[in-house]
Ligand binder design. Sequence first.
Ligand SMILES: *[C@@H]1O[C@H](CO)[C@@H](O)[C@H](O)[C@H]1NC(C)=O
Ligand SMILES: *[C@@H]1O[C@H](CO)[C@@H](O)[C@H](O)[C@H]1NC(C)=O
Ligand SMILES: *[C@@H]1O[C@H](CO)[C@@H](O)[C@H](O)[C@H]1NC(C)=O
Ligand SMILES: *[C@@H]1O[C@H](CO)[C@@H](O)[C@H](O)[C@H]1NC(C)=O
Ligand SMILES: *[C@@H]1O[C@H](CO)[C@@H](O)[C@H](O)[C@H]1NC(C)=O
Length: 340
Amino acid sequence: MKYLNSIIFLSSLAISAIRGEVKYFSKCVKNGDFAITFDDGPSLDYSNAILDILDEYKVKATFFVNGKNCVDITTNDLAKAILKREYESGHVIGSHTFTHPFGITTLSKDELTYELNALNDALYDIIGVKPAFFRPPLGEYSEENLKVIEQCGIKANILWNLDSEDWDHNYNATQQYIDNLEGKDPYAHSFIALNHDIQKVTAETNLKIVIPYLKKLGYNLVPMDVCIGLPAYQSDYDENSNPKKIPSSNNNNNNNNNNSNGGNNGISKDGSGETVSGDPQNLNNNDNNNSNNNGTNNSNTNNNNNGNGNALPETSDANIVRNSVVLSVTIMLLMSILLL
Ligand SMILES: *[C@@H]1O[C@H](CO)[C@@H](O)[C@H](O)[C@H]1NC(C)=O
Ligand SMILES: *[C@@H]1O[C@H](CO)[C@@H](O)[C@H](O)[C@H]1NC(C)=O
Ligand SMILES: *[C@@H]1O[C@H](CO)[C@@H](O)[C@H](O)[C@H]1NC(C)=O
Ligand SMILES: *[C@@H]1O[C@H](CO)[C@@H](O)[C@H](O)[C@H]1NC(C)=O
Ligand SMILES: *[C@@H]1O[C@H](CO)[C@@H](O)[C@H](O)[C@H]1NC(C)=O
């Protein structure tokens, strides 16, 4: 029966999507929040310089680290010291796989499990926690990957909506920030920015320019747990993957949000009991009620159009997952009817 394979395939797709607890984010849940992230470290050449700059500007950021990329964190004491410094300074440590394979979609289940668990174990030895956030190398992953990632304790898959291109000498990382932020404002937008703490331009020029620039524009520079409203480490979730505590946003360098329930960060429960990220526009309307909105331009500026035809989703990312589940189930039903 020629439809049978399709049905089996679509069913497994739908079931995996329903099972999938790993949430997807490419921006912060609250308008005005801006998460600076670094991939591929630690780097013995540049990570400490970056940490110095973050200290100087009192910014908490996020490091998606590898176990054995530039340096082997299981054996190198300087690398261990960098990871400890990152963690103890209040930056968030996320997982970027152990060896940084060139994409994970071609890995077997066992290979990907190793990539996740070897890093989990190495980090546990060094900083005493295992990361709950994951960034796939190259930003590529499959539904199949998500099941494995979830089994390794990951709760959130973090992409980005601003790419500094700091690794590519054809681009000017500073100009990438300027171009991406043009026409955007903290009242209607939030960002997760991709950088690499193994890149000289990031450590030596770009951060020193863009951090003050972002602050001047009125963005709150937040670590990833605040950005997405979920705890950063596996021990802060119960056995049903529910967070034991919600990270609270300290939006005190910006008047954008000044309310008593700021700690909630827009994470809400829907009917299915699944935690979903809230609609940023609604968050904005609910959370912001101060004179600084000045009545001018706080309406639906959420229509995503970053001008390069490569738009990342600006609507609730959890909704996209849910919609794809609904679509898969619908297709399955249609196929079954066809078969009968
Ligand atoms: C990168 O862009 C910034 C902002 O336009 C500019 O100030 C800087 O000189 C540029 N850097 C290089 C190396 O071109
Ligand atoms: C924020 O709210 C607190 C408590 O309601 C209030 O004391 C404070 O003045 C508010 N700050 C701003 C900037 O509105
Ligand atoms: C928002 O501000 C307006 C004017 O200051 C006030 O009348 C209204 O009650 C506020 N709404 C909320 C939800 O705080
Ligand atoms: C009003 O808000 C806009 C951003 O929405 C900002 O550019 C402008 O400076 C604000 N004006 C005042 C007087 O605060
Ligand atoms: C809102 O902002 C857009 C661009 O950011 C501008 O073109 C428009 O005139 C503004 N509307 C008002 C009412 O200020």
